[in-house]
Each structure stands twice: as C-alpha cells, then as structure tokens.
Design a protein around this ligand. Structure first.
Ligand SMILES: [Zn+2]
Length: 468
C-alpha cells in the first residue's frame, strides 16, 4: 500500500508499507494495482500502545448495563438503576458495571433484589475488585458451596451477602459451569481500539492463564483481534509478567509474596505490582528487596496513585517505571473530590513530579475501569481536569508531547527515557504498524482530544479507515 501526502516530523512524505515499512520519500509513485491511501497532510506516527488494559472485561463492558447513575439522592440513584435493569435487553443474566457506593450506597443481595428480582444479576464495583449478586444469581452460581473460599462474603449470621471480593476466577468458573458465560465481542472492541490508532496492548489481568493466552492467540489468528497483545497474568502463565494484586486491607504474608516472586523469576518472568496506596507500594518494594534480584528487563508499578517524593526516589533508583492512568482524573475526579482532602487530590496519579525525580512514567487506559481513548487520556495528562472541570494538581501536568511519547513507546522500552522525536520515528524496515492523524500533531497538540485518527495500519493491513 502507498500512503500519499503524510506529514512526518516536519516534512511531507509518501510511505510505502507492507508487513514492514518499505520506503519513505518526498514523493513515491503508485505501482500497478497498489492501493493508495491519501493521508491529506496528516501526521504519520508509529501506532500507539495501551500499556494497561483488560481486553475481555472491556469488551464485556460494552454489552453491560452501566451502574454509573450520576448524581442525586440515594433513592433517586437507585430508582434510575432499577429502571435501567428493568429495560436491560434479553431475558437471562444481566451484567452491570461501574457501580460506586457514593451513588448507590453499599449493596448486597437484598438491596439488589429490591432493584431487580426477576432475572439473575451481577454487578461489578467501579474498581473491578468486587462483584455483587442478587439472590437468584447467588442461587444459580451456588455460592453457598464456596463460603470457605477467599472473598465469598457472609454476614454475622452466616448468610451469604452476595458479595464476592477479588475472586473473578470463581465467578468465571461458576458462570461457565451453568452455561451462562458468553464470549464478549472482542472484535468490536478491537475495532474501537484501532479507531484510536492503537496497534498493540498489554493485557494486565491478574487472572490471565495459559488458557487466556491460547484464547487470545486464536482471536488473533481468526482476525477478530487486530492488535498485538502482551500478556501478564497469574503464577501458571509460562511467560510475560507475573501480575501481583496488592490490596492494603488484605496483604499477603511478605514471605509468601517473596516466594511467588522467586518462582516467577526462576521462569524468567518479571513482576508487575498493582499498587494504588502508599502502603501497597512500600510492601511491593519490601518484597522485591527480599526476593531474587532481577536478571534482565524491569519490573513495573501499575497505577501508582499515591507516591510521595521519598518513594519516587526509590522507584527511580530501582529502575521501576510507573504505568499511570491520567484518565481516572477525568472520569473519577469529581468523585475523588467528595472522598478525599484537597491536599491528597493534588498529588493523585502524579506524573510531572515523578518524572522530575527520575521515574519513568507512561500513561495507559486501564479500560474498562478508565476511559479508553488515548487522545482523551493525553489531554487529561496535560490539563488534569475532571469531567466536571475540577483541576487536580496542576503541578503534575505534563505536556501532551510527553504523554503521547508514552503511548508511542513499545512495552519493552518503558524504562527508557525516549523523546517524542525518538518515539515518533517512522523508518524503513520497522513493522507496518502506523497511525495517521487527521492533521499534523503540531496543529492538534493543544487539544489532543480533537486530533482524530485518519487511518490505522497493523502489520501493513488497514485496521481502521476514517474515510469508510
Ligand atoms: Zn487494571
């Protein structure tokens, strides 16, 4: 394929691309039968990478009922949700997502029965940590048989509350057993990612197993999943990062974690720690200090919502990049204001301040828990404003160039200090993974959310064409 009239780092170019980029010149002529894409003067970039995403959950969220009911009284919020549940399409299971207790109060099976008692219902907390089932769902999933397991909650009188904390494996296993699990529409979600210019993702789900790796390979081979995927996952996965979920109210014994790290290290795997709070980060660093030293590559800190200067210095010294989510400031910022003192609001999901202390920081979506659009997330990294317009720590703003650099950095290079010029380099011989913007980056960098993608190529094939 020949891409005409593109803009590459300050100069007009034509680009010939197959599985790899074959030629770049001020002017190239189409060969016989060669298809031509007119870039209309738009910037040509290597494709974007989303460094932290949950593919299956994000695809499933698109067919789920949103429990984000906005503002208003508790009664009003519950009324709105009840209406949405009553109107949910289909007849069997209902899957709800994005529930927050600030809107709907604490939920359990009995509260959910008040909202929906005629169909089995499970809803997921906004954090992804918790599922709440109504009574029909509790019955159908036979949760009573699993009260000995982690996270299956009972009240003081021993009755199941319908809450399952951090045990997605059990939920998946039981839904599977009763034939209620349905494969989410990965193809549709993958096309959406392509429409944003995303050519590869890192699926960071802690529940990923060898089977997940096989499923994703099959989806790639079928053409349903367009992006390349790096997988992290649980202890059984034989490659990729071990994803360690740390929740400060239920931390494991330090030596247990050290043993897990050592086992992963012995298989050549590095470690990605889910750390939101200060204590979780302290715990992760303590475990790393006790564990077998890393041999090559780097470990990663996911989220890093709360990192003070002393911890930042530690991360810089240990070459631990932070994979942050500026999008949370946009989608959850107004909620944070209700939950947190101003002083803490100012230093949530720090970015510029960490970089200033030598920490490598890259943005990502954490979809479906954060907004998926990289352009929205780049804009938020640069302005740090919530959806409601609240400013959250202006000192931590980075330039949109800086945030774009993170999205353009391949996952193997997250610990490298790349400049935008290096990260946006398109050259002969590189993989044919390209994102063409509707305009030059210099015309859009002040409002990245309005840039627009003209086309996305993955392995030389058109994965998205804005002209269609
Ligand atoms: Zn995540």
């Amino acid at each position: 394929m020949l891409i005409k009239n593109a803009w590459l780092q300050g100069r007009p170019v034509d680009v010939r691309v197959a599985a790899t980029v074959e030629a770049i010149a001020p002017q190239l002529n189409a060969m016989r039968n060669e298809s031509v894409l007119d870039a209309g003067g738009g910037e040509i970039l290597p494709g974007l990478h989303d460094h932290h995403i949950h593919l299956f959950a994000a695809a499933a969220a698109q067919g789920s009922v949103s429990c984000n009911v906005g503002g208003g009284s508790l009664a009003r919020c519950r009324e709105v949700l009840a209406e949405r549940l009553a109107n949910a399409p289909g007849s069997g299971w209902i899957r709800g997502v994005d529930y927050h207790e600030q809107q709907l109060g604490e939920l359990d099976r009995w509260r959910l029965d008040e909202l929906c008692s005629h169909r089995p219902l499970r809803i997921q907390h906004r954090s992804g940590k918790l599922w709440v089932c109504n009574s029909i769902a509790v019955q159908a999933l036979d949760l009573g048989a699993f009260t000995h397991l982690n996270g299956v909650q009972c009240d003081a009188s021993g009755q199941l509350t319908g809450c399952v904390v951090r045990n997605d494996e059990l939920m998946a296993q039981q839904l599977d057993a009763i034939g209620a699990s349905s494969m989410p529409d990965i193809a549709a979600f993958s096309r959406q990612l392509a429409s944003f210019g995303i050519v590869s993702v890192t699926d960071t789900s802690a529940t990923n197993t060898q089977k997940s790796a096989v499923d994703l390979q099959r989806l790639r081979a079928d053409g349903a999943l367009l992006q390349q995927v790096s997988l992290m996952g649980d202890d059984t996965l034989d490659h990729g990062y071990l994803k360690v979920l740390l929740d400060e109210d239920r931390l494991p014994a330090l030596q247990t974690l050290v043993a897990r790290i050592n086992a992963a290290r012995s298989r050549g795997r590095n470690i990605a720690f889910h750390c939101v709070t200060h204590l979780e980060l302290v715990f992760a660093l303590a475990a790393l200090a006790d564990a077998t030293p890393i041999e090559q590559g780097f470990d990663r800190i996911e989220h890093g919502a709360v990192i003070d200067d002393a911890m930042a210095d530690e991360l810089a010294a240990r070459n631990l990049p932070v994979i942050t989510q500026p999008g949370f400031l946009y989608s959850k910022g107004d909620q944070y204001r209700a939950d947190l003192p101003q002083q803490e609001l100012e230093c949530l999901y720090r970015y510029a301040g960490l970089r200033a202390r030598g920490v490598k920081v890259v943005p990502s979506s954490d979809a479906p828990y954060g907004p998926v659009s990289p352009w929205q997330n780049i804009a938020t990294a640069a302005c740090r404003r919530s959806a409601g317009g609240l400013s959250l720590g202006a000192d931590e703003c980075v330039s949109s160039d800086q945030a774009l650099t993170g999205y353009l950095t391949p996952s193997a290079l997250l610990d490298q200090p790349l400049t935008l010029a290096q990260a946006q380099e398109v050259c002969s011989g590189m993989r044919g993974d390209l994102c063409i913007l509707q305009k030059r980056w210099e015309q859009g960098r002040d409002r990245p959310e309005t840039v627009g993608v003209r086309a996305t190529l993955i392995g030389g094939s058109v994965a998205f064409d804005g002209a269609d």
